[in-house]
Design a protein around this ligand. Structure first.
Ligand SMILES: [Zn+2]
Length: 382
């Protein structure tokens, strides 16, 4: 965790700063935008800015800033979905919830990209809401403000068992004490309770352009340019997912698959030949296998687009750009027919099997692209 201004938001951050310094920042804000663009980082940076009393906050040096970086500032409360605490008295459950939260904050202090969401079995439950209300009813410990950051606020589920607590939280959102700020984040704005949406000032956090992210990945994270471009496109400009992709090493396979997919969709024989020739002649299992699997997901995305559900695609931008590139070159051609797309899958199975047996990746890829291309043009086995 650092207090550097979160990357990729050069337009948004000065707006927040000006509003905060002029005392015009709304007290209940909803930061919404795509997954992984840095909404939580922006909220925590804003929280530190509200606490820091130096001339250009957050200075990163003062006591407030240092505590904020370590996730230990007593007046900054980060909440996020967690497993439900074991049943017990409300008091015991609140304590258990708080202990879990502290544990995760320590992890987050060490690595700000630690994924906090552990799947569907988590939520922001009543015990956490009660803790928030308790903290909001006391004056801040160190400074002027108490700031709550509630990450993935859509995980605040309606809790019929305690309408009273839910209502009290809504009242807090609607009329916070003058020393309280509540910053909610969500990438699933539609899933938020309408009662929460209507009580917060919306602040859109857009994803930076993929090209801009690719440059950043090369300059600040030493990524290979081709890998960076593929990762940035696949993640739609979102930094968090792109970094995880690079770390996992799957970025290489994604870049290769994008290259193969582009060659395939170009409809050009020589482009396919060139794409195949870029493989080294050995080590198919390590390089070709993962790329074939990635290419399979591109074809799946293409199928989503062909059957009219492009929103289900994993990397819609890749498909879109390959399709528009193909249209320009081939001249007015539409998305391939769903049956033709389905007919390419057997060739992928054959290539996966070949990669698994460590066959020559160049010739395997040449055959793969030839067979897929034939299937797409409706001439399988021609
Ligand atoms: Zn400071």
């Amino acid at each position: 965790m650092t207090l550097q201004a979160p990357w990729g938001h050069a337009r948004l951050l000065p707006l927040i700063t000006r509003a905060a310094q002029a005392g015009r920042l709304p007290q209940s804000v909803l930061l919404f935008g795509p997954e992984g663009v840095g909404k939580r980082s922006i909220a925590l940076w804003t929280a530190a800015q509200l606490q820091c009393r130096e001339p250009s906050p957050p200075c990163g040096q003062c006591r407030d800033c240092r505590l904020a970086v370590r996730m230990q500032h007593p007046d900054i409360h980060l909440h996020f979905p967690m497993p439900r605490p074991k049943s017990g008295t409300p008091q015991k459950m609140q304590e258990a919830s708080e202990a879990m939260r502290r544990e995760r904050l320590d992890l987050l202090a060490k690595d700000s990209l630690t994924p906090l969401d552990e799947g569907a079995a988590t939520g922001i439950y009543l015990s956490a809401i009660r803790n928030i209300r308790a903290a909001a009813s006391k004056r801040p410990v160190m400074g002027e403000f108490t700031v709550f950051v509630i990450d993935r606020a859509e995980a605040m589920v309606p809790q019929a068992a305690s309408q009273q607590a839910a209502n009290a939280f809504l009242k807090l959102l609607e009329e916070p004490p003058d020393f309280v700020y509540i910053l909610l984040t969500s990438s699933r704005q539609a899933a938020l309770l309408p009662t929460i949406r209507s009580r917060t000032a919306p602040l859109h956090v857009p994803a930076p352009a993929a090209e801009q992210l690719a440059e950043h990945l090369v300059e600040a994270h030493g990524a290979d340019p081709a890998v960076a471009q593929a990762a940035a496109r696949q993640c739609g400009g979102a930094l968090g997912p792109a970094l995880r992709l690079l770390e996992s090493g799957d970025g290489d396979a994604a870049a290769t698959a994008d290259r193969l997919f582009g060659a395939l969709m170009s409809g050009s024989f020589s482009a396919r030949q060139r794409a195949a020739a870029e493989f080294s002649s050995r080590g198919a299992r390590a390089t070709l296998g993962p790329a074939v699997e990635e290419l399979r997901t591109r074809m799946r995305d293409l199928l989503c687009s062909a059957v009219g559900t492009p929103e289900l695609a994993f990397s819609p931008k890749t498909v879109e750009s390959a399709l528009s590139g193909g249209r320009e070159r081939v001249g007015g051609e539409e998305t391939p027919d769903p049956d033709a797309i389905l007919a390419t899958f057997p060739a992928l199975d054959v290539a996966a099997e070949a990669a698994n047996h460590n066959l020559n990746p160049q010739s395997t890829t040449a055959v793969l692209l030839r067979d897929m291309s034939r299937a797409l043009s409706g001439k399988p086995g021609a």
